[in-house]
Design a protein around this ligand. Structure first.
Ligand SMILES: [Zn+2]
Length: 391
């Protein structure tokens, strides 16, 4: 309780989600399809009315779903909660748009072709019990009843089920994201020391290289899946669109695409968990990863995973009171000698090994960069701490 990193009781609410694969019956799947369609329909109706009112009166107003039920009686067949959530989502989309129109676009009309099939429903707890709850091997929903689900983990005691989002992937699989709220205990802040801090440098071939010379080395099957995807892509480009074979190949392509996304997510979660538990502080560079990805002609399965990895690290560290220290993305971490501090004009991406012309230290490019990231991160962390104290 009083040890380093022990939790302090705090009133902060935190949220977490559990994602499960759903196995609906044919009737339940049909109800889901209807609900997806109704959600899109009501969103588009509300948006059209908002635009009309705005043009006529200059006032922002979104009618509630109840208004539409007379003209569209099919809306009554689906969970009313899902329709109310569309109203909330549209209101929220306008709120962020009005506040910050440069970053958030004007809400758009939804099309089956472009927008993912999904609906959200909130849990309401009545005297008779909650409207949404888990059973041994399923989730009880308002209209669908108990839908079979595959759980890889269960909620902990004291977690409050807030809402669920049911979605269908392009390959036709159903998933449910279950959002839970719980009272978080505020962790004791951990002050990093050089021996308990790690510096990580993004690496195209290894995912990352650490300052101690270790690398993440993503599992080989990820690379194999990626190669398979490239082959499928090539085959698709040679086929006649619309043919039976083409449709079958598209289906395979989507399935594999989803499979890779899952593999990547799994790898990112495990790797960030391992790092967050093993170290007390982590230094990374604030690289614009989109930029790096655009520069690579042939994508690597993990290129987009590193940004996700950093975000996972951030919250996994934060929950233990540990800092993620982000070093300026323009810092010359790759061409600085970590032994003597000499900054070279350039170190090419092909120069995996180089020797410092000043002090003669031999460097592995990626590990040397990780060492610099760690040193700069720690200097930055303690520099900002001092400023905070003197301010
Ligand atoms: Zn040197």
């Amino acid at each position: 309780m009083y040890g380093k990193g022990a939790a302090r009781k705090g009133g902060k609410t935190q949220y977490t989600t559990i994602k499960v694969r759903l196995e609906p019956t044919a009737e339940q799947a049909e109800l889901f399809e209807k609900t997806f369609g109704c959600c899109r329909y009501i969103w588009n109706q509300m948006l059209a009315d908002q635009q009309r009112f705005y043009a006529e009166t200059d006032a922002h107003f979104i009618p509630t779903p109840a208004k539409y039920k007379k003209e569209a009686p099919f809306l009554k067949e689906v969970d009313n909660q899902a329709l109310i959530q569309e109203h909330n989502k549209l209101s929220q989309a306008f709120r962020v748009f009005f506040k910050n129109p440069e970053s958030f676009g004007y809400p758009h009309f939804k099309r089956k072709k472009n927008d993912r099939d999904s609906f959200t429903a909130c849990n309401h707890v009545f005297e008779s019990g909650p409207t949404i709850y888990l059973t041994k091997n399923g989730i009880r929903m308002t209209k669908a009843g108990i839908v079979r689900a595959r759980f890889h983990r269960r909620p902990q005691n004291g977690w409050d089920l807030k809402r669920i989002t049911v979605e269908k992937t392009r390959a036709g699989k159903y998933y449910c994201c279950i959002l839970y709220a719980y009272a978080a205990e505020e962790p004791e802040p951990v002050v990093p020391a050089p021996e308990t801090t790690v510096g990580l440098n993004y690496s195209v071939s290894h995912f990352y290289a650490a300052d101690d010379g270790s690398t993440a080395d993503p599992p080989r099957w990820m690379k194999q899946s990626q190669e398979k995807l490239v082959r499928l892509q090539r085959r698709l480009s040679r086929m006649q669109p619309g043919s039976q074979n083409y449709r079958e190949a598209v289906r395979k392509y989507r399935l594999l695409h989803e499979h890779i996304a899952n593999q990547r997510l799994d790898f990112v979660h495990k790797e960030s968990r391992r790092i967050a538990n093993a170290w007390e502080a982590v230094c990374v560079r604030g690289d614009d990863l989109g930029d790096i990805a655009r520069k690579l002609v042939y994508g690597n399965a993990l290129e987009s995973g590193y940004g996700m990895f950093r975000e996972c690290l951030r919250y996994k560290l934060e929950r233990q009171g540990k800092p993620l220290i982000v070093v300026d993305r323009y810092a010359p971490t790759a061409r600085t000698c970590s032994a003597c501090g000499l900054v070279r004009d350039a170190v090419g991406l092909k120069e995996d090994l180089w020797t410092c012309p000043k002090c003669g230290a031999a460097h592995r490019r990626e590990v040397n960069a990780a060492k610099n990231i760690k040193a700069q991160g720690l200097a930055r962390y303690f520099g900002s701490q001092e400023r905070r104290v003197s301010a």
